[in-house]
Design a protein around this ligand. Sequence first.
Ligand SMILES: [Zn+2]
Length: 86
Amino acid sequence: MGLLFVQSLRGPKVFKCKHCKVVSASSDAIVSKDFRGRHGRAYLFDSVVNVSFGPNEDRHLMTGWHTVNDIYCICCQQLLGWRYVS
Ligand SMILES: [Zn+2]
């Protein structure tokens, strides 16, 4: 296993993995707060750090079929959310 590179973020507010507390996004990267996920309120970010991506999947969302992939914390591998691929 290699070294794990963890990027830091600065700003007035950062979002962290609730399990291991590594930073994953800055409040400056929020595009929208008007999303609802499977488990409640969700934010749309234009950039995140310290994450890894699962395989592409076609999912039926509220706005129709989209290709998405899950996003995992790079440190503890907990599911953090998902992203649009297309
Ligand atoms: Zn984590």
